[in-house]
Ligand binder design. Structure first.
Ligand SMILES: Nc1nc2c(ncn2[C@@H]2O[C@H](COP(=O)(O)OP(=O)(O)OP(=O)(O)O)[C@@H](O)[C@H]2O)c(=O)[nH]1
Ligand SMILES: [Mg+2]
Length: 444
């Protein structure tokens, strides 16, 4: 998401960049465009108006007159105001004395509550807080099964009573079971509805009254568009929410819901759902999202992901190997596997500045296929071959091709790409910047 918005905004700032000095008229023109870009991204009108007004107030006048590069100044102001509008970084409230802490998830049908419950449980466990799941959606038997399946899959304790009991009773009983199991945080998966109806709200109110949640988080689909404001206000007025979790930000939503919901409710966005799988989950950082919206890429998120996958010590060793030209096919294979563990390629690319545009051009499946093929080829080599590709004569190449189910020319290509890379690395090692060949070939 956010591609449309960031592209438009970038265009606006590019235009500003061409003028030497920034006049009030320039700011006006730019702000008209910013306004349009935000509206097109489905940010609600009152929120857009307020945003534009704030940027304008800061952009026109003394602050900008002092600046050497007015366009940069405007970008900076827009960025800062965007961060301000998006609020603080996501942090859960564990301050209350009632143990275990209760997190209640609410939201419309299909917004991602059940999936998010499991993602949140894994997140909490990583944070050393023992999680516990409660299945309080009694409207569909499948809903209980879905949560139970997920809980087993991630190996988190859970409580369910089928679909006959009152949801609030299930929650109270479940919390007792959680306390006995020494859980630190309980996550309540509640039922969703197509529309915000009275009965559903009354049920949520009862659960709230009887479980005293530390957090009531509205799980909202980021594709909701203009409706987002009504949904957020509806839940907030009746139940009182303490935070937002925006799901499906990996989809093609236009991103406005995030900005609007946060602005109209005043509660912070705490997490983002970035994929169907359990690991598609991120702590919300307003500065990073603001940068992503403005098309600066999300370098910080990427670094965090990379850090999780790469051990720093190992990275230093690897760098030395590269410089000393001792990087082998075995090392290459290990790096490929780590990159794959970081997540879908297109998702990783979208976080790198400038690369986000390429994202649409890259066929995810094809890229994955290529990586898998490279892995298969290297896996078919002996350790000696991996460490010394010079051994790879014609008959060995034939054996490897047969072993990995590819053509000999695929093996040849991989070896050639690897050699090119080695050459490039050794040049860097000798302090010369080479012309960048299409590195890494395996991921073209
Ligand atoms: N792409 C993507 N899909 C998601 C994300 N979160 C949830 N989904 C998908 O959205 C669909 C609905 O998710 P659920 O977790 O069942 O939603 P729910 O709110 O519990 O739905 P009900 O219980 O029916 O109200 C599923 O197909 C999920 O895989 C996300 O962050 N990204
Ligand atoms: Mg559900």
């Amino acid at each position: 998401m956010f591609e449309n918005l960031s592209e438009r905004l970038q265009g606006i700032f590019d235009n500003l960049g061409r003028t030497g000095k920034l006049t009030e008229k320039d700011v006006d023109t730019a702000m008209r465009e910013v306004r349009l870009a935000l509206l097109e991204a489905d940010v609600s009108l009152p929120v857009v108006k307020d945003f534009v007004k704030r940027v304008k107030e800061r952009a026109v006048g003394a602050e900008v007159a002092k600046s050497l590069k007015p366009a940069q100044q405007v970008v900076k102001i827009v960025h800062e105001e965007l961060i301000d509008t998006l609020g603080e970084a996501g942090r859960l409230n564990f301050s209350g004395s009632i143990k275990p802490h209760v997190i209640m998830l609410v939201g419309l049908q299909g917004s991602g509550k059940t999936t998010t419950a499991a993602k949140l449980a894994v997140h909490l466990r990583k944070d050393k807080r023992q999680p516990f799941l409660i299945a309080a959606d009694t409207y569909r038997p499948a809903a209980v099964d879905q949560l139970v399946t997920l809980a087993r899959q991630i190996n988190v304790p859970y409580y369910e009573e089928g679909v006959k009991s009152r949801p609030a009773d299930i929650c109270v009983n479940g919390i007792r079971a959680a306390r006995e199991a020494n859980a630190a945080v309980v996550i309540l998966d509640t039922a969703g509805r197509l529309q915000i109806d009275d009965e559903m709200m009354a049920e949520l109110e009862e659960i709230k009254r009887r479980t005293s949640p530390a957090e009531i988080l509205l799980v909202a689909d980021s594709m909701t568009g203009q409706e987002a404001v009504n949904i957020a206000q509806g839940f907030n007025n009746r139940v009182g929410i303490t935070g937002l979790i925006l799901t499906k930000v990996d989809g093609d939503a236009r991103g406005g819901a995030a900005i609007s919901m946060r602005a109209v409710t005043g509660v912070p966005i705490k997490f983002l759902g970035t994929g169907e799988k359990i690991d598609g989950f991120e702590v919300f950082h307003p500065d990073r999202l603001a940068s992503r919206i403005l098309g600066m890429g999300d370098v910080l998120s990427l670094i965090e992901k990379a850090e999780a996958a790469f051990d720093e010590q190992e990275a230093i060793k690897l760098q030395k190997k590269l410089m000393d030209n001792q990087f082998t096919l075995q090392d290459f294979l290990e790096q490929l596997q780590k990159i794959r563990r970081m997540g879908p390629l297109t998702q990783i690319l979208s976080m790198i500045p400038g690369m986000d545009r390429m994202r649409n051009e890259i066929n995810q499946e094809e890229a994955e296929q290529r990586m898998k093929r490279v892995e298969a080829i290297i896996n078919s080599m002996t350790i000696a071959e991996r460490n010394n590709p010079k051994l790879l004569n014609a008959s060995r190449r034939q054996r490897i091709a047969a072993g990995s189910g590819v053509e000999v020319r695929d093996v040849n290509e991989l070896i050639k790409q690897f050699r090119d890379m080695q050459k490039m690395m050794s040049q860097i090692g000798r302090g010369r910047m080479p012309r960048m060949p299409g590195f890494p070939g395996a991921m073209r």
